[in-house]
Ligand binder design. Structure first.
Ligand code: ARG
Length: 288
């Protein structure tokens, strides 16, 4: 069952762990504006994803009780490279203490999916750990490639993000929901609109429209634990175009503060990735 009773949820440590893991989430509680205290911190307004619907979406985390604790999402960009948020791989954890789970929809269902060890972690060289959501993109090279991997595709490099304004996209993850006191282990998805940059101006200097997307719909948003996961649209031919990476937000589903996503069409993000040797390697692998 994907839903636990409130009592079990209180005892279940997944919720606690999400809290701890998200310390690495940029914009911790201290960065919240006063008004955000009243906002329910909970993929908000989502619905259940059926088993196997989004096979390109993976869980990113660390070993826990012979399985994985996945505090973040990620996506397969090649059979051996997972793309996620830089802040999801931003702690000083070595690669051998990281894990990725592929092929799982109910995140605690140890009977499904496959655990993958990590060979190398690459953060964007310009990511400035925790102080700003700029360049919040990172990569995990798996020790073994995923067999028959389902991959995402990326938007044209150099496309201005406002060209996509008004588009209805999907965001999915295992992060916090708006169900009070229950933990949803099943992947959730919500449809969110790409908003004009002016809608995120409340973030001030934290928001850079050349590097980020501003997205949300009334009562729908990503939230803590969804980081690193995808904002995407499904083309007519069924191809997944991933436009953004869940990155940052003040509160969740607050109309004044929509979600901020790393904009994957940004030429700057890909060009500056080459400023580190590891970044250059990833850039070449992705032919970006
Ligand atoms: N930084 C958060 C994480 O690590 C994601 C926050 C997304 N917030 C939002 N309101 N869209 O999980």
């Amino acid at each position: 069952m994907g839903i636990r009773s409130p009592f079990k949820a209180l005892l279940h440590y997944r919720s606690l762990l999400i809290g701890v893991f998200s310390l690495g989430c940029i914009g911790s509680v201290a960065a919240l504006p006063p008004s955000a205290n009243t906002i329910e911190p909970r993929i908000i307004g989502g619905k259940d994803v059926p088993d196997g619907k989004y096979p390109f979406l993976v869980g990113v985390g660390y070993p826990d009780d012979d399985d994985i604790f996945a505090g973040c999402g990620g996506t397969l960009v090649t059979p051996s490279i997972v793309m996620t948020a830089a802040h999801c791989v931003g702690l000083s954890t070595p690669a051998d203490e990281r894990l990725v789970v592929v092929g799982r929809t109910v995140i605690t269902d140890t009977q499904t999916g496959k655990l993958h060890r990590v060979a190398r972690i690459v953060r964007h060289p310009r990511f400035n750990g925790g102080e700003s959501p700029r360049y919040d993109i990172g990569f995990i090279e798996l020790a073994e490639p995923v067999a028959d991997a389902a991959l995402v595709t990326l938007p044209p490099k150099g496309q201005p993000s406002d060209q996509r304004t008004g588009e209805l996209t999907t965001v999915a993850g295992w992060g916090r929901t708006n169900h009070p006191d229950i933990i949803l282990d099943r992947l959730q998805e919500a449809s969110v609109e790409l908003l004009p940059p002016s809608r995120c101006s409340g973030y001030g200097v934290m928001y850079d429209p050349s590097l980020m997307l501003c997205a949300g719909s009334p009562g729908k948003d990503s939230c803590t634990g969804d980081s690193g996961g995808p904002l995407f649209s499904v083309a007519a031919d069924g191809k997944i175009e991933q436009l953004g990476i869940v990155s940052y937000g003040w509160g969740c589903a607050d109309p004044d503060y929509p979600g901020l996503y790393t904009w994957l069409g940004s030429a700057d993000i890909w060009d500056t990735l080459a400023e580190s040797p590891d970044g250059q390697y990833i850039k070449a692998m992705l032919d970006r």
